[in-house]
Design a protein around this ligand. Structure first.
Ligand SMILES: NC(=O)c1ccc[n+]([C@@H]2O[C@H](COP(=O)([O-])OP(=O)(O)OC[C@H]3O[C@@H](n4cnc5c(N)ncnc54)[C@H](O)[C@@H]3O)[C@@H](O)[C@H]2O)c1
Length: 296
């Protein structure tokens, strides 16, 4: 999607950090932007950052709430018409390590991070496919969705691996509609993600939320990241990896996997035919998806 002017983006978790960076970058490209977020305090603050443009609209919702997401899609259509860019950006974490996590920990993180992304897709994709004007989906995963992480981040990483996997499949599925898909996998970004976990969980559970000020010191500027996302959409990049320091770790993770495959093996003819057919289908769908970005 190269033409941004006058088009509409819907961003979950758009009132802080990376989502707010995307909102600002989209507005600068002449887009209409709907900022959806759990916390009214963040929405109020985002309104201040983004200014009083009538191209920005704000919706308070919990991404895990299916009815609220469906209502947000209807409200977006009423306010701006067709949606072209969908950013499923909300992601939360929990404190308990993966081997000690309770059902409540698992439910919270999976319902928000995977469930919230699914709710965005189910509520918005029918409209995006039907209007025929093309568009783009950006799902926010993480470097924790690429490589192994320490125990404390294991539940979070589970959800982020899922978001990356679904994005790969979605990219192939949406290409025939002229809709590109990118998965955003950042490392450290200067946001509230590491410090606000308890507040987000309390608000998700219906309790009053406290004030949030802390950020991840030393992380990348989220506004800079917003501009990176705009460029990735314009080029229909499948993967957005803004943090170069992870390259070696990702390489050694995949090298370890490659080394685990047998290289000398027999294959039944039916198995070979089936796998060749599947690989061909994938390659054809991938060529179509890459062609949207002018790569093929
Ligand atoms: N900051 C980093 O270093 C980093 C690194 C990798 C990935 N990420 C991912 O980036 C995404 C954005 O996080 P961020 O770093 O900008 O954090 P952030 O805390 O600054 O912003 C997250 C926003 O999401 C909102 N939110 C939380 N729960 C919600 C819910 N259930 N429904 C709707 N809104 C909700 C919060 O109110 C907040 O405004 C997340 O998916 C996170 O996992 C962040």
């Amino acid at each position: 999607m190269r033409d941004f002017q006058g088009r509409t983006a819907f961003i979950t978790g758009g009132a802080s950090g990376i989502g707010l960076g995307m909102a600002r970058a989209f507005l600068a490209k002449g887009m209409n932007v709907v900022v959806a977020d759990l916390l009214q305090a963040h929405l109020d603050e985002a309104r201040g950052v983004l200014g009083s443009s009538n191209r920005a609209h704000f919706i308070q919702l919990d991404v895990a709430d299916r009815a609220a997401m469906a209502q947000a899609a209807a409200e977006t259509a009423r306010v701006f018409g067709n949606v072209h860019v969908l950013c499923n950006n909300v992601g939360v974490s929990q404190r308990n390590p993966i081997d000690e996590a309770s059902y409540e920990d698992w439910d919270y993180v999976l319902n928000v991070n995977i469930g919230g992304t699914v709710n965005g897709l189910v509520s918005f994709l029918p409209g995006m496919k039907a209007h025929g004007e093309g568009g783009h989906v950006v799902n926010t995963s993480s470097m924790a969705g690429m490589i192994p992480v320490p125990a404390f981040a294991g539940v979070y990483a589970t959800s982020k691996f899922a978001v990356r996997g679904m994005s790969d499949a979605l990219r192939l599925a949406l290409a025939p509609y002229g809709i590109g898909v990118s998965v955003l996998c950042p490392g450290m970004v200067r946001t509230r993600a590491m410090t606000a976990g308890d507040v987000y969980r309390q608000a998700h559970e219906g309790a009053a939320a406290g004030d949030l000020r802390d950020t991840i010191d030393g992380g990348m500027d989220p506004m800079e990241l917003g501009e990176t996302v705009v460029q990735a959409i314009a080029q229909n990049q499948p993967y957005i990896f803004p943090h170069g320091e992870f390259r070696e770790e990702v390489a050694s993770y995949f090298e370890e996997m490659l080394a685990a495959f047998p290289t000398d093996f027999e294959m039944d003819e039916r198995r070979r035919t089936g796998e060749e057919r599947r690989a061909r289908m994938t390659a054809e769908a991938k060529a179509l998806a890459d062609a949207l970005g002018g790569k093929a």
